[in-house]
Design a protein around this ligand. Sequence first.
Ligand SMILES: NC(=[NH2+])NCCC[C@H](N)C(=O)O
Length: 581
Amino acid sequence: MPDPQLVLAARVQAALAAAFGPSHADDDPVIRPSQFADLQANVALPMAKKLGRKPRDVANEIVANLDVADVVSKVEVSGPGFVNLTLADGWIAAEAQRALEDPRLAVPEAERPQKVVVEYSSPNVAKEMHVGHLRTTIVGDAIARILEFLGHDVVRDNHVGDWGTPFGMLIEHLLDLGEDAAARGDSSVSDLTAFYQAARQKFDADPAFAERSRNRVVALQAGDPETLRLWQVLVDVSKRYFNAVYTRLGVTLTDDDIKGESFYNDLLAPTVAELEDKGIAVVSDGALCAFPPGFTGREGEPLPVIIRKSDGGYNYSTTDLATVRYRVDTEHVDRMIYVVGAPQALHFQMMFAVARMAGWLGDEVEAEHAQIGNVLGTDGKILKTRAGGTVKLAELLDEAVERAGAAFDQIEHVEEFDDAARARIVEAVGMGAVKYADLSVARDSEYIFDFDRMISFNGKTGPYLQYAAARIRSIFRRGGVAPEDATGPIVLGDPAERALALTLLGFGAALEQAGATAEPHKLATYVYSVADAYTTFYENCPVLKAPDDATKASRLALCAATLRTLETGLHLLGVPTPERM
Ligand SMILES: NC(=[NH2+])NCCC[C@H](N)C(=O)O
């Protein structure tokens, strides 16, 4: 869908080149939405400064060279030298029609498709996923979906924390409980939080257990087959639990997307060797460290990235460096997006800096930490249960659905749905509410997890948007027309029709921006603006009772284009859209 802003930017640049010389063909035309017209080009002011001329004269000269008759109905110079541009109704209608007829809603695929690793979710084995993981899972999944839709080759990567010293105590605790407890799905094992805490308690209280645990770590690292088998039992129990959460959330991660930390075990030594060969890793206080330039501590002392501890063990950073190296050398990726909590920002900055020193990252390969802000409770503190513990994800999702049910039962026509239909809708509303709440806030800001707000059918919420889409479907049902058969032609008369069509044309730009910056909230905000423009349209423009057949056909086509934009946008956010509700 050609974003009007981009179309006009190109035209203004052509006018700049014609008026002031070809060197200005790439100048920023400073196109902005305006309250006086659809868009405003504000380039005359900076240009006048450069040329030492009056802004208004420059603006007039731009206009004299501007070739926009096919796109714009009115051009006007105002104020000190703004160029006001009003799009032609015919152009908007034709572009909306083109979107309607295109399965991709006229969203172009990327000119230069990239291979992009989107790393997200990344929970830890034998630990319950918490709301922080919930948010990286939801945001990461939306990023992956958006980039895929834009035509990139997306590799989903679930960097599960499945290795490290805690596995010693976890394996010993599993042996104490009896392995069949895991096979039976006994809650002493499947309740991951309880399992982890019990192991931890024994480790702290019982020196003999602690000793066994330490020996077990040694056996694990030495690759003892029986120990590895027990480790795998724990990994499998956790995977089952993660998958249950993913399925419920409609998250597109599968077992094939898991490359846990253990995946890189064999690559750690060669990675470290390369860092040593290149003189990047040096011994400091017995440990092997890299000192990326520009990172200093409180006293100005250089901060280390510890590559190998003095006891010979590798670190979290080492695994991450091996991961970068593997993705560059073996997977040949162009871009890596790490959807991980904001508290790990320094870790990623320093780790990327070391990878750049090693030549793994550079202009050719970009890596970015897509930071995720904390999830707070309504008291403004990090979300905790009433007892002060970590909130369990499964319970949180159950509560979302329960509350969605209560909200849904307030809808007047609720008796139209049988129990099975109601259950499906309520599940979708609960998940949609949680997901949209997560996605509508800039991912790096903290946000307050507030059931009352997110489950409302009013306001900037998932349920509101789901309901908006379902209401459009119900118009088609009542009119006895299938949305696919509403082919227009789109003609714009009422200002609300025009405003809706213009909003629909912004889909491509919203996706493009969301993908470029890995910020799904830009799409979430856009989808809301579509529902908003639709509401104004619906209040002002009768559809089934339109004054004549041509108007009815045009309005049904606008409804169809809106429906597809809403459903596609919500789908790319991972928010389910029940056909009826
Ligand atoms: N490549 C990475 N370090 N990814 C982030 C992993 C997140 C880690 N497992 C955690 O739960 O905090």
